[in-house]
Write a protein that binds this ligand. Structure first.
Ligand SMILES: Nc1ncnc2c1ncn2[C@@H]1O[C@H](COP(=O)(O)OP(=O)(O)O)[C@@H](O)[C@H]1O
Ligand SMILES: [Mg+2]
Length: 388
């Protein structure tokens, strides 16, 4: 039986007590802000800015499938965005934990009520899913090793659609653990981390969604961003269906299919045959899935090309040529072999263009969010203080 990985601490308790006790130890920073003070006894100017030495700045990328955290204490961690609670007290006894995250949750899913709370880029509607987001944020801060005495200034990047639909829910989920909080869209935080702030298009291909964001020299607004759902999970479903059609007798599940994709994904010309070992009636057989893999991966290309073309057209005509040379692809899906080239070729029908894949698909979002957390002047953070 697969055992849950032993966690160092209970994230919920530790992290929430971390935030609370750090507030207590620093004389409750939150209470000393302008919003809270009233009356003559508290005549101290509300804009007093505390020394920055005891502040931990963190960038969190809260993704549909993976969440990552980068902190200015040098910690950088990621976890698959799964949260699971033991189904009953027997399960809790077996697992030895009140809650599991990431791979440990996935591996023990039969004993758990398992949640992947941001499917299709928004928090699925239920109290339990909101709670799962809260626990996930607490866990990310735990992984960042927030110390008791530290105040946490966090920038959280979320899928664009989630920013539109769930901003308040995300704030609620984070407010017990941080002192100051900014929620931004994930493609924007990735762009910020790359210092790509003007005349560019960012395409963030995740699991639940492909998020597009245009950068034109200021903070992107709602209509600078758009989201489509033909992303990584969609490819998994296509590949599953195509494989079922070709090999109806074989035993495989979505998890296996996702692993095949992550190993062999490609569009355009294959590097070689894609062969996988799949059980058929208890015996392992080798299946050739080259064509299925290509078709599944290529199924997302038209949506990306079409939306990118529409977004290019939104720029002032004078700048469109520059924008066409400044298209960046990030997120887990950017690792599909040949994807940038195929998108580039399709867009080149209208003129020269260049699509670049960002390095480090795992930490681009959280590193960018951290860069934002580090660069943002103190007076902005004062406005973002979390109410108690
Ligand atoms: N090598 C790969 N080839 C194709 N897809 C991949 C690869 N590695 C990861 N992915 C896919 O990328 C998606 C996750 O990307 P990520 O940016 O972490 O998503 P999110 O931000 O939605 O959590 C998943 O669908 C995953 O299967
Ligand atoms: Mg992402």
């Amino acid at each position: 039986m697969a055992m849950a990985k032993k966690k160092k601490t209970s994230p919920k308790r530790k992290t929430s007590s971390t935030a609370k006790s750090s507030a207590a130890k620093t004389g409750s920073a939150k209470k000393s802000t302008a919003k809270k003070s009233s009356g003559a006894a508290r005549a101290k100017p509300a804009t007093t800015i505390r020394p920055t030495t005891n502040i931990l700045r963190v960038g969190i990328d809260l993704g549909t499938s993976r969440s990552a955290v980068s902190a200015n204490n040098g910690k950088r961690e990621w976890v698959e965005s799964y949260v699971g609670w033991p189904k009953d007290f027997i399960a809790e006894k077996v697992l030895g934990e009140p809650i599991l995250f990431g791979r440990a949750a996935l591996e023990n899913r039969l004993s758990l009520d398992l949640y992947r709370p941001l499917e299709q880029g928004v928090i699925k509607e239920s109290t339990r899913n909101e709670e799962a987001v809260r626990e996930l944020i607490a866990h990310m801060l735990d992984l960042a090793e927030v110390r008791e005495s530290q105040r946490v200034y966090a920038v959280v990047g979320v899928p664009s659609e989630s920013l539109r639909a769930n901003k308040m829910a995300i704030k609620r989920a984070a407010q017990d653990f941080v002192h100051s909080l900014m929620v931004v869209s994930e493609p924007f935080s990735a762009a910020y981390g790359m210092q790509v702030l003007n005349n560019a298009i960012i395409i963030d291909m995740g699991a639940g969604t492909v998020d597009f964001c245009i950068m034109h020299g200021s903070m992107p607004k709602d209509d600078d961003q758009r989201t489509i759902v033909t992303a990584g999970d969609y490819i998994d479903q296509q590949l599953f269906n195509l494989m079922k059609e070709k090999y109806p007798e074989s035993d495989f599940n979505m998890n296996m299919v996702r692993q095949y994709k992550e190993r062999f994904s490609f569009v355009g010309k294959p590097k070689g045959k894609v062969e996988v070992e799949v059980p058929v009636g208890g015996r392992i057989m080798v299946h050739d899935i080259t064509d299925e893999m290509r078709r599944a991966c290529e199924s997302v290309v038209p949506g990306i090309v079409e939306n990118t073309m529409e977004l290019i057209a939104r720029f002032d005509p004078e700048y469109q040529a520059i924008v066409r040379e400044n298209i960046l692809l990030c997120g887990g899906g950017s690792q599909i072999h040949g994807l940038a080239k195929v998108i580039e070729e399709a867009l080149q029908e209208d003129g020269p263009c260049s699509v670049t894949v960002m390095e480090d698909p795992i930490f681009a979002g959280s590193d960018g969010a951290l860069a934002l957390a580090q660069d943002m002047p103190e007076k902005y953070w004062q406005d973002l203080m979390v109410e108690e």
